[in-house]
Design a protein around this ligand. Structure first.
Ligand code: G6P
Ligand code: MG
Length: 206
C-alpha cells in the first residue's frame, strides 16, 4: 500500500509549461527563429540545459558552452519574471484537496522535480509546508528518465520504492519512476504516458 506520494511539479501541481514556453519562445525570437507549442512538448520534464540543446537543434544553431550558459540564464530570468507573479489561484484543480487528504492519512509527501526554481514556485503557491521532502534540480545531478530524483525523494521519506507512488505528466518522468521500481499515476493523455499504471487528467479525479 502507498506510504509515500512523490509529485512532479510542472504539469502536475501547477501549469508552468506555458511560462517555460513563453520564455523559450522569446529566446528563440532573439536568435531569429520561431519556436512553436508543438516544439515545446519536447521540453516537458527535460532539464534546462538539455532543453536549450533541443531548442538550438530546432533552430539549427550551434554555440559553445559559455554562450549556452548565458542563454540559459537569459531564458531563466524571463521565466522567473513570469513565475514571480504566480499565486495559489494557479494551483491545478484538486491539488490542495488531495495533498490535504494524504496528510490526514499520514502519507509522506515529497516533490521530485527537475526544476531549479521548485522551492520558489512552492512558496508562491503557499504549499511548501505540505511537503516532507523536496528534491529538485539543485539536489540531483542526473535528469529524468534517470531514477535518481525519485530514489532520493523516497529515501528522504524513509521509505522503500515499493511503498511510493509517483505522479507525473511527462514521458521521461514516467520512465524515471518505473526505473526506480515505483508505481506511477500518469497525468495527461494515455497515448503519451503508456508506461504509467493508471492515467488520469488531474488530481481532482482522485
Ligand atoms: C521541469 C519542466 C521543464 C523544465 C525543467 C527545469 O522538468 O517540465 O520544462 O525545463 O523543469 O526547470 P528550471 O526551472 O530549472 O529551468
Ligand atoms: Mg512535469
Amino acid at each position: 500500500h502507498m506510504k509515500g506520494a512523490i509529485f512532479d511539479l510542472d504539469g502536475v501541481i501547477v501549469d508552468t509549461a506555458k511560462y517555460h514556453y513563453l520564455a523559450w519562445r522569446s529566446l528563440a525570437a532573439d536568435l531569429g527563429f520561431e519556436f512553436t507549442e508543438a516544439h515545446n512538448e519536447r521540453l516537458k520534464g527535460v532539464s534546462r540545459m538539455r532543453s536549450l540543446d533541443i531548442l538550438l537543434e530546432i533552430g539549427g544553431l550551434e554555440f559553445d558552452e559559455a554562450e549556452k550558459a548565458g542563454m540559459a540564464e537569459r531564458k531563466n530570468r524571463r521565466y522567473v519574471d513570469y513565475i514571480s507573479r504566480l499565486d495559489d489561484s494557479e494551483l491545478l484543480p484538486g491539488v490542495r484537496e488531495y495533498l490535504g487528504r494524504l496528510k490526514e492519512r499520514g502519507i509522506g509527501i515529497a516533490l521530485g522535480s527537475a526544476s531549479k526554481n521548485a522551492i520558489f514556485i512552492l512558496n508562491k503557491l503557499k504549499i511548501t509546508g505540505l511537503f516532507d521532502a523536496v528534491v529538485d534540480g539543485n539536489t540531483v545531478s542526473r535528469a529524468k528518465p534517470d531514477p535518481e530524483v525519485f530514489q532520493t525523494a523516497c529515501r528522504r521519506l524513509g521509505l522503500q520504492p515499493a511503498d511510493c507512488v509517483v505522479f507525473e505528466d511527462a514521458e521521461a518522468g514516467v520512465a524515471a519512476a518505473r526505473a526506480a521500481g515505483m508505481r506511477v499515476v500518469g497525468i495527461g493523455k494515455r497515448e503519451m504516458l503508456a508506461g504509467a499504471d493508471v492515467v488520469i487528467t488531474g488530481l481532482h479525479e482522485l
